[in-house]
Each structure stands twice: as structure tokens, then as C-alpha cells.
Design a protein. Structure first.
Length: 264
């Protein structure tokens, strides 16, 4: 289910929309706009692809879901012109991700309303304005999952807040970012292999509790260090601290240690 706009609302030129292919004809296709109830747009054959089109059905089929960009609208005539070929892969991916997140938000709120024994619309209308301040309803629910104190911002009964915290922490994983660096570790001692292993252990040992760390062998003497955290500042700090401990250890054993961001 995709959130619907007001019945008399039209999309703006340049807006990305999700549509369902309704009818196909020689010069294009009619598309129903999933997010605009009762609205239908036209996808001209010239806006399907830059290639010569022998058969439109090689590119679109009835009932197919597609991401399109709005070219023009004429509310007085009910016309909406759409393009498929002008949508980039990144735009398509982002739009589909937004729709998926919107659907997950709705399902989570429906479950919360059911378990609380309250009306879904009432619950939605009470919490959506506050959570949308985070960029979207889903982003607000993500924020609650990452920090339950965010739920305290909601002007709702305490049991509602507790239920949202419970459900979001069960079903929504807080967003994570990742940073990557590389370390060169060399030891010329007779037990050099053990020295390098101990240096790697120092890197792992100094991982903060709020971060995840992957440490992988690339090729002698290089190891890849990937740190995942809630934000880039935290991840960068953790990466610097972890690797510096490994370098400090191996240099203290008369070995060579070097950190760099790119793989040589």
C-alpha cells in the first residue's frame, strides 16, 4: 500500500512517482498513479527509452509497477505526461526504497494500533506530525529504534510510547554507516607471525561497544579494517582509535605499521 495524496492534488513536474501500467497502445501506455488516487498519466513511446522501440511490451507490460518522472501536468484537462527513460538507476532505487519504508511504517503502526486496541487513524494522526520532522515517518521510527528517548517527544499516552519502542526495536534496525581503512603490518622478528596476529587483536580489542568491526586480510602485509556505526563521526573516531592501537603495538615490537585510506 502506498500513501495516497488528496483527491484533487496533482504531482509536480520533476516529481518521481510509482505507477502501474494500465493500458498499452501503439504510441505509448496509460499509467495509473499509485500515490495519487484516481489519477492517470500518459507515457509516450518516445519517453520509454532512447532506443528504437519495435515492441512496447519489450519494455513495459500491463500491471507492471514502474518508477517514472513527471514531465508536465495540466489539471484543467486532467493531463499528466510521464517519462521512464529520464529516471536514473539511483532515482529508481531510492524511490522504491522510500515506498518500501512507507509500507513498513504503515504495517508497524497498524500492529501497534491492534495491540493497543486503538484506532489506527487516531494513532497515526497523533504521532506522524512529530516523527515526520525527522524527514519521514520511517526515519522517525528509525530514530526511536536507535534511541527510545525520541519516543518521549510524542504527545501520546505512556503505553503508546512503550509499544512503539518495543515494536520499532524488534523490526527496524537503526541506520548504520561504514568507513574503511587499510593497515600494513610487518614484523621481522623470529615470531613475526604472532606479532602481527597480536597487533590485529589489539585493533579488535579496542573496538567501541557501539560499533561493529570487520578485519580482513587483503595481501601481505595489508589488512582491511571496516567500522560500522550510527554516524560517520563515531565511525571515523573508532577507525582511528582501533588502528592506532594496532600500529602502536607492532611498532613497539620493532615492526613496521602504516595506516592508509585507499588500497594501494
Amino acid at each position: 500500500m502506498v500513501a495516497k495524496q488528496e483527491a484533487d492534488e496533482y504531482p509536480e513536474p520533476g516529481e518521481l512517482i510509482i505507477g502501474t501500467v494500465k493500458d498499452i497502445f501503439n504510441q505509448g501506455a496509460f499509467i495509473t498513479l499509485d500515490e495519487y488516487e484516481g489519477k492517470k498519466g500518459m507515457l509516450h513511446i518516445s519517453e520509454i527509452t532512447l532506443k528504437w522501440v519495435r515492441n512496447i511490451r519489450d519494455y513495459v507490460k500491463e500491471k507492471q509497477k514502474v518508477v517514472l518522472i513527471v514531465l508536465r501536468t495540466d489539471p484543467s484537462r486532467g493531463h499528466i505526461d510521464l517519462s521512464l527513460r529520464r529516471v536514473t538507476d539511483a532515482q529508481r532505487k531510492n524511490k522504491l526504497q522510500q515506498v518500501k519504508q512507507s509500507q513498513r511504517s504503515e504495517k508497524l503502526l497498524e500492529l501497534a494500533a491492534e495491540e493497543l486496541g486503538v484506532d489506527y487513524v487516531k494513532l497515526h494522526d497523533k504521532i506522524a506530525p512529530t516523527l515526520n520532522e525527522y524527514g519521514s515517518l520511517y526515519a522517525g521510527l528509525e530514530a526511536i529504534s536507535a534511541d527510545e528517548a525520541v519516543a518521549d517527544e510524542l504527545d501520546v499516552p505512556e503505553k503508546w510510547r512503550k509499544k512503539l519502542v518495543e515494536l520499532t526495536q524488534k523490526s527496524i534496525k537503526p541506520p548504520r554507516v561504514e568507513v574503511v581503512g587499510y593497515v600494513n603490518l610487518q614484523s621481522f622478528e623470529s615470531d613475526g607471525v604472532d606479532v602481527v596476529k597480536a597487533a590485529l587483536d589489539e585493533i579488535r580489542k579496542h573496538k567501541p561497544k557501539d560499533c561493529d568491526l570487520d578485519l580482513n586480510y587483503v595481501s601481505a602485509p595489508t589488512y582491511r579494517v571496516k567500522v560500522m556505526a550510527a554516524d560517520y563521526k563515531t565511525a571515523e573516531k573508532a577507525l582511528k582509535n582501533c588502528t592506532s592501537q594496532g600500529l602502536k603495538y607492532i611498532q613497539g615490537r620493532q615492526g613496521l605499521g602504516e595506516f592508509h585510506r585507499e588500497l594501494d
